[in-house]
Design a binder for this molecule. Structure first.
Ligand code: AMP
Length: 215
């Protein structure tokens, strides 16, 4: 049975960082719904414009669209031996759809909650920067690049700052998380599936713990 590793946690908890490490080391594709939606950033279709507006407000993209995109992506060949989900599911409807998807695909779900104190999430998000070339994630407070605002590897590339990592949208995203996504933890916990790791530690230490859970 192949595994669906589901990284859960508030925005800024470090799901993206762990998803990248898992992808690289376990050789499983990482599917980030946030990345899928961000890829629409240059598109001028009405749908893309609506998604951008929703993201700018820190709200969630409608379930129907989100679920459809995840179904499409996970039916591709590279997901045959399992995959990593980063940022999905975020609502009870999405969790239910993942359940049926897993059954259809003959996969097993491993939800891992990266737990982090709410007080530091804001800083984690507003300080976040990423390399547009390799996707490496930095943080001006917690993991600064060697040189100001450039990637350690791609030294001629300025780091990017996500449009929704501004203080106002960050606040809205945290409220959205509390209201719509946190209840999912109870859902997985009550079924004895949820494993929790302390996300307020070195990413490598967290990785080792997650790896031990999912392999
Ligand atoms: P993320 O990169 O996971 O923080 O996602 C960025 C934004 O994309 C979120 O604030 C939502 O607007 C949207 N988004 C990402 N994943 C989902 C999802 N599973 N359901 C609905 N909206 C999502």
């Amino acid at each position: 049975m192949s595994k669906i590793i589901v990284l859960m946690g508030a925005p800024g908890a470090g799901k993206g960082t762990q998803a990248r490490l898992l992808q690289e080391r376990l050789k499983l594709p990482q599917i980030s719904t946030g990345d899928i939606f961000r890829a629409l950033k240059d598109s001028q279709t009405p749908l893309a414009m609506e998604v951008r507006e929703i993201m700018a407000q820190g709200r969630l993209v409608p379930d129907e669209l989100t679920i459809r995109l995840v179904k499409e992506r996970t039916s591709q060949d590279d997901c045959r031996n399992g995959y990593i989900l980063d940022g999905f599911p975020r609502t009870p409807a999405q969790a239910e759809s993942l359940e049926s998807l897993a059954t259809e695909q003959g996969n097993e779900i491993f939800p891992v909650l990266i737990d982090i104190p709410t007080e530091i999430l804001e800083k984690r998000m507003t300080g976040r920067r990423n390399c547009p070339v390799c996707g490496e994630i930095y943080n001006v407070y917690f993991k600064p690049p060697k040189h100001d605002n450039v990637c350690d590897v791609h030294t001629d590339t300025q780091l990017a700052h996500r449009a929704d990592d501004n203080p106002e949208t960050v606040k809205a995203r945290l409220i959205t998380y509390e209201e719509q996504t946190r209840p999912l933890m109870n859902y997985y916990r009550s079924r004895g599936l949820l494993r929790t790791v302390d996300g307020n530690r070195d990413p490598e230490v967290i990785y080792k713990e997650i790896e031990a859970i999912v392999t």
